[in-house]
Each structure stands twice: as structure tokens, then as C-alpha cells.
Design a protein around this ligand. Structure first.
Ligand code: FES
Ligand SMILES: [Fe+2]
Length: 453
């Protein structure tokens, strides 16, 4: 199915069919999820040999396991015998994995090490070949991504210029990140509504989250006093939304306020202010604030409040969100606790911001049951034609406004590419050609006005 019939990234128009169709969804599992790099685990989730976590590539369950030699392996969490879920725990520590159907036993590396009555009923040579299907892995600064596709570009190439922005989330402080919380929940809406938001949509914040910002404001000392200065400064970011948006040829995107994301928690705010120079010395002054919201295509999102989450697709009309709160190891204990509580209050299933977002996505999805609602093109034109390369000291393709849809247009441009089923080497060449063309077009000097027709 050619999804470009519904998506026109050059004109910024998208028809809702891509969020609704069962056929499109089946194609996404095959072309998007099975061929992209998917976040599976963080080193901090697997400190000891035998530690494992169960995660998903699309709808395929995957077991990620720390090996006795300290490396990590991942394999399809499906028994080779009748396809039962091999390990049914979400996380834990194991010496091996025994299938609870007929008792086949697998080692930490996914090899079958024992089969009940196996000597009598199987040929020994066959048994050697039984093993769980392995996932190709990459580890970027502790973040473990996996893909089934052995022809996909190396992970660093897939990240491209986004690595510079990713580091602003994961490498701000010496010592990396640790896990301080995890929540899982289901939203009856298409996974792309969530993916496109941190890629592109900062615009909804001042309306969708208006009441949440008000509630999160610290209580004044008395009824006649305004909220404290530090909190008023945070809301000021929304009033004058200067900022940027970046988009990658592989569909990753990020956006941020030039003055920094609003932080509504005083403990976190004061710690961030106190360590600003430290972050600037580590990452350069620009990346102190290049820290808003972001998505690594297709489904790994992060926010400046140390939320990292995957959106697992569950049919065209449902997504399952897993959100980790990861705090800098270098942060004091009270800041780590504040980060954990902040996730609870904002982007957990009970979080105010999360509920605000979910209402929008659910309504969008419900409306798409209609016929006309799926035909009318939706408008993704913010900052259309305003992208530049390597401008303002920012690597890659950016637009100079935090309220923009360049991120979404880029995400769906890549979505068309990968959904076409074209082999990865062809896609890589196509993207290079496209970028070369765009770079030379944006580098051309603008015509003086007097020459205008
Ligand atoms: S399905 Fe796993 S042992 Fe039979
Ligand atoms: Fe939101």
C-alpha cells in the first residue's frame, strides 16, 4: 500500500487514513517496526549477569539479557516449539529460561540447552540448531536499541545529527542516568499521535496544558501575593515562544524554547540553575537549553523532565506506553526524588499533562471512524519552507521557531520512505541525494527584492 497517497510532506497535508487503517497498521509492523532501531533497555536496567527485561519491537516480545561476560543479547521471547511466550516475567534475574508449556529450557543467550525427553525424540543434530531468534543490538551511551534488520544502517548513522541533540538529554552530567520510576498504560489512539508530538508539537502546550500549568504553580505565601519570581519566569517561556525545531532524514525530531523549558518544581529548578555552567562546560552553551521534547523514530520519546518512553503499537486504534523516569546519577538524592514525583504528577497515567494529551489523542482517533474525517487533509504547514542547514550553530536541518511542524513533516517524509519497502541501502542513498539538494538550495543567496517579478 502506497501511503504517499495520504501524505504530502512538501505541502504539509496529511489525511487521517494513516491513523485508522488496519492495512496500514499491518504494513507498519513489517516495514517500520521490523526495520527500524527500537529502544529496548538501558544498561542501568540490567546491572548483573542474568538480569533481563522483556520489551517489544512492535508487537513482537523481546527478551534483553545481561550475559555472564557482561555483554547484552536480545532475542524473540517466543519458544521455538509451539510459540509460547518463553519468559512471562517483565523483569528479573535468571540462570536460564524454561518454557512453561512443555518445559524446553533456554540459556541466557537464547540457545536451547535442555528438552524434556529430547534424547529420545529429537535428532541430536537438529537440537543444536534450535535457538530463539536473535535481535541485532547497538548500545549508545547506555541506551540499548535493537532491530531485526541486518541491512539497517549502523545505529550512529541512523541517529546522524540527532546524536548531538540526544546527548543534551542523556549526557548532561558525568556518570549517566539511573532508573527512578516506571509506569505503563494504554491509550485508545494510534501510536503516531504520540510519536509526532515530541517530534514536532510544542504548540499545544499553552492551550492543552493551560490548567495543568496553573495547578503546578507554587502556592503564593498569601492570597494577595503573586507566585514567586522563579515560577513566573517559567511561564514567561510560553508567552514569548522563541526557540527551534530540528528534524532528521530518518524521521527523528526535537524542539525547545531558546530560554529553556518551563520547570514547575522548585527543587529541580534550583538544581538545574546551580549546575547550568557545569552542563555548558560539558556540552557547550547551546545544549543547556536544547532540551525540550524529542522522538527517535519511530517510538522512543524523551522530555526535558527526564521522562523516557516507548509507545508500543497495539493495532491502529491503541497504543501502550511505557514511561521510565531516569535521573542523573550525579544529582543529589532530593533531586532524584523530585524527578520521580514530577513524573508522577505530569506524565504518568495519573499525571495532569498526560491526561490532557490523552484526551486529544482519543478524540482524534474516535473522530477518524467517520468517512469524511479521514478524507479531509489535516494541515501541517507551520514554518513550511523555512528550514536551513547548520544554522545558528545547530547541526542539521532546523527551523527558527519552537512552534513549527517541520519535525512532523520530516517524520512523515521518512515514514513514506520506509513504508515503501525499499531496501535500506536505497533509502540511505535517497536521503543523501535529497539532503545534498536541500543543502545547496538553502545555501543559495536570496534574490534581492528589486528583482522580484
Ligand atoms: S511451546 Fe515451549 S516447550 Fe512447547
Ligand atoms: Fe502535551
Amino acid at each position: 500500500m502506497d501511503v504517499s497517497q495520504w501524505i504530502d510532506p512538501d505541502r504539509g497535508l496529511i489525511r487521517g487514513e494513516i491513523f485508522h487503517s488496519q492495512e496500514v497498521y499491518a504494513q507498519e509492523l513489517e516495514q517500520v517496526f521490523a526495520r527500524s532501531w527500537i529502544f529496548l533497555a538501558h544498561d542501568a536496567m540490567l546491572p548483573q549477569p542474568g538480569d533481563f527485561i522483556q520489551n517489544y519491537i512492535g508487537e513482537d516480545p523481546v527478551l534483553v539479557v545481561r550475559q555472564p561476560d557482561g555483554t547484552v543479547k536480545a532475542f524473540l521471547n517466543q519458544c521455538r516449539h509451539r510459540g509460547m511466550r518463553l519468559c512471562r516475567a517483565d523483569t528479573g534475574n535468571a540462570r536460564n529460561f524454561m518454557c512453561s508449556f512443555h518445559g524446553w529450557n533456554y540459556g541466557l543467550d537464547g540457545r536451547v540447552i535442555n528438552i524434556p525427553h529430547g534424547e529420545e525424540i529429537y535428532d541430536a543434530k537438529d537440537r543444536e540448531q534450535f535457538r530463539a531468534t536473535e535481535v541485532r543490538l547497538a548500545n549508545y551511551k547506555g541506551f540499548i536499541f535493537g532491530t531485526w534488520d541486518t541491512t539497517a544502517p549502523e545505529f550512529e548513522e541512523y541517529l546522524g545529527d540527532f546524536a548531538w541533540y540526544f546527548d543534551a538529554y542523556i549526557d548532561r552530567y558525568e556518570g549517566g542516568l539511573e532508573i527512578v520510576g516506571l509506569h505503563k498504560w494504554v491509550i485508545p489512539a494510534n501510536w503516531k499521535f504520540n510519536a509526532e508530538q515530541p517530534t514536532s508539537d510544542m504548540y499545544h502546550g499553552e492551550v492543552t496544558h493551560a490548567s495543568a500549568f496553573q495547578v503546578m504553580m507554587p502556592t503564593p505565601v498569601d492570597a494577595n501575593s503573586p507566585p514567586p519570581d522563579w515560577a513566573m519566569k517559567q511561564l514567561g517561556q510560553l508567552a514569548s515562544p522563541a526557540g527551534f525545531q530540528f528534524v532528521s532524514p530518518y524521521g527523528h525530531g526535537t524542539g525547545w524554547f531558546a530560554g529553556g523549558m518551563p520547570v514547575m518544581n522548585e527543587t529541580i529548578y534550583r538544581w538545574q540553575e546551580a549546575t547550568k555552567d557545569q552542563v555548558a562546560a560539558r556540552l557547550g552553551p547551546q545544549r543547556v537549553t536544547a532540551h525540550g521534547h524529542a522522538n527517535i523514530f519511530p517510538n522512543f520519546m524523551m522530555l526535558s523532565n527526564y521522562t523516557f518512553r516507548v509507545t508500543h503499537p497495539r493495532g491502529p486504534n491503541e497504543m501502550e506506553i511505557w514511561a521510565w523516569s531516569m535521573a542523573p546519577v550525579a544529582a543529589p538524592a532530593e533531586v532524584k526524588e523530585a524527578i520521580r514525583l514530577d513524573l508522577l504528577r505530569t506524565f504518568s497515567p495519573a499525571g495532569m499533562f498526560e491526561q490532557d494529551d490523552a484526551v486529544n489523542w482519543e478524540e482524534e482517533q474516535r473522530i477518524l471512524r467517520g468517512y469524511m474525517a479521514r478524507k479531509v487533509p489535516l494541515i501541517y504547514k507551520q514554518m513550511l519552507g523555512r528550514a536551513r542547514y547548520d544554522a545558528d550553530g545547530l547541526p542539521g536541518r532546523t527551523v527558527p521557531h519552537v512552534y513549527a511542524e517541520e519535525g512532523a513533516r520530516g517524520m512523515y517524509r521518512h515514514y513514506i520512505d520506509i513504508m515503501s519497502g525499499a531496501p535500506w541501502p536505497d533509502l540511505a542513498r535517497l536521503k543523501q541525494r535529497r539532503e545534498d539538494g536541500e543543502r545547496s538550495a538553502t545555501a543559495a543567496p536570496a534574490k534581492p527584492d528589486s528583482f522580484a517579478a
